[in-house]
Write a protein that binds this ligand. Structure first.
Ligand code: BES
Ligand code: MN
Ligand code: ZN
Length: 502
């Protein structure tokens, strides 16, 4: 979809549709009032007759409003003016996009960006609108024989800003929003692809193609032989039960003169997690194709970064493998020597993510990173703790944790920090090896992070557990969310220090 910004009055727009808001109860927004005057009270008469109350998300599509240059006017209920918050704003935008898309307007001029959302500026409103629009029109039907297309889909959306002075803000909001949206879309596509197509080799091929597309990116792929030479025995053990070779892709982004230590992102890329010998129960096991959501989000973030051409040095690692039961699979009881030299007793082959990540996290030491963030659908316990709305964040470095929380709030892609106190480390003790790969029933998300912490002592590190936020389960709403691409991209925008111009 195409986006642009403009600053003008509603009656002078020549478009398929003009979108304006109405507050509850039956109160025109300033822009709607302007239209009302021009149309000799057409809108206020409708409201008096009770056609629209103004409840959040209500829609009323009008044709041939007097004295207008546009064919249609869409009145959008915005709820009570004082109650309009970020969440409601985004929901209203989504509803509006859906309505426009289904009612034949191929283009529209949207004045909802002029609504007052507490402590949010034009940049935020336009950017969130771009991201929400793209997100809500996403479909994954490339594998259906009859995709069923919308007849006259929405193609072009113009956001109006209150003053010409804000056009610059609006334009950078669109640029940033579009880059995030592209990253999110790629992340969703990779996630939604079935595990018989999206396997470790597929992710590696995609990573190599990214380097072909962008001059700023170079990619290197490591297969099982190189992993063996490097002593990545823990990573290798996880993939041993699969016929699909484990592959780790290293995607390096470097813009022009960006020098210095890189920011490193590491994504868990289990293209399918059957649990291995500690086999998972059958119900809903298909959803373990999403166990590469961390890797997909790292990939999407690298794409957004390249689109934005930020002056940074960033390395994205796609740690891909498949966890299957097999005669050759690793077993409970096995003791693995990790790349770091530390030994791990496997008590459950379904706690495989940390076994892949620990070697990937040791591998990235060679880059002498400024900081490392890993992203993983790591623990079901994270869903118990935080549900499906908020990502779990754990970090051994307070400033990094704060920067990530800030980015997550700015991007509307929230994370919440869980503690990682030393006491939890005791749960990982093993009588036979340096540590066990599980920490028992309590605080499963934290003990998983504590496990990773033992491999990240050489740099500043944060861990994002996206088990609850990477995809939506079951039903017709099922699918990848593209998270946490918005948070990570925002983090990088902040790191690059590019200012949002007015
Ligand atoms: N990929 C799963 C975690 C997961 C489960 C994410 C369900 C989202 C939904 C991970 O590999 C796993 O199986 N973790 C185990 C760890 C346990 C054996 C300590 C879990 O959470 O049950
Ligand atoms: Mn598992
Ligand atoms: Zn897993």
């Amino acid at each position: 979809m195409e986006f642009s910004v403009k600053s003008g009055s509603p009656e002078k727009q020549r478009s398929a549709c003009i979108v304006v808001g109405v507050f509850e109860p039956r109160r025109l927004t300033p822009v709607a009032e302007q239209l009302d005057k021009v149309s000799d009270g057409y809108l206020s008469a409708l409201l008096r007759r009770g056609d629209l109350e103004g409840k959040a998300g209500q829609m009323l599509l009008l044709h041939h409003v007097p004295n207008m240059l546009s064919e249609r006017v869409l009145l959008v209920g915005c709820g009570k003016e004082r109650e309009l918050d970020e969440r409601q704003y985004k929901q209203i935008i989504r509803k509006t996009i859906g309505t426009l898309n289904e009612t034949g307007s191929m283009e529209a001029v949207c004045f909802l960006t002029e609504l007052h959302v507490k402590s949010r500026d034009t940049y935020w409103k336009v950017r969130q609108a771009v991201e929400a629009a793209d997100d809500s029109l996403y479909t994954f039907n490339q594998l259906k024989s009859n995709p069923g297309e919308t007849r006259r889909p929405l193609r072009k959306l113009v956001f109006n800003v209150p003053t010409r002075k804000e056009l610059g803000l609006g334009e950078s909001a669109i640029a940033h929003g579009l880059a995030v949206a592209r990253g999110v879309k790629k992340c969703k596509d990779l996630g939604n692809l079935p595990p018989n197509i999206c396997n470790p080799d597929y992710l590696a091929t995609q990573s190599l193609q990214l380097a072909e597309k962008y001059d700023t990116i170079t990619t290197k792929v490591i297969g099982e032989q190189e992993m063996a030479e490097l002593g990545m025995n823990s990573y290798l053990a996880v993939g041993r039960g699969s016929h699909n070779e484990s592959k780790m892709s290293i995607i390096e982004y470097k813009q022009g003169d960006a020098s210095g230590k890189p920011i490193v992102l590491v994504g868990k890329g289990l293209t399918f997690d059957a649990g291995g010998i500690s086999l998972k129960p059958g119900a809903g096991m298909d959803e373990m194709k999403y166990d590469m959501g961390g890797a997909a989000s790292v990939f999407g973030t690298m794409l957004a970064l390249a689109e934005l051409d930020l002056p940074l040095h960033v390395i994205g690692v796609i740690a891909a493998a498949e966890n299957m039961p097999d005669a050759n699979a690793y077993r409970p009881g096995d003791i693995l020597t990790t790349m770091s030299g530390q030994t791990v007793e496997v008590l459950n082959t379904d706690a495989e993510g940390r076994l892949v990540l620990c070697d990937a996290l040791t591998y990235v030491e060679r880059f002498e990173p400024e900081l490392v963030i890993d992203v993983a659908t790591l623990t079901g316990a994270c869903i118990v703790a935080l549900g499906h709305h908020i990502t779990g964040l754990m970090s051994s470095h307070n400033p990094l944790a704060h920067e990530l929380i800030n980015a997550s709030e700015q991007a509307g892609d929230r994370a919440w920090r869980l503690p990682m106190a030393d006491e939890y480390q005791e749960q990982l003790e093993s009588p036979f090896a340096d540590m066990a790969n599980i920490g028992g029933k309590s605080a499963g998300t934290i003990t998983a992070a504590c496990f990773l912490a033992r491999f990240t002592k050489k740099y500043h590190w944060a861990h994002l557990d996206i088990a609850g936020t990477a995809w939506r389960s079951g039903g017709k709403d099922k699918g990848s969310t593209g998270r946490p691409v918005p948070m990570l991209t925002q983090f990088l925008i902040n790191k690059s220090g590019v200012s949002v111009e007015e």
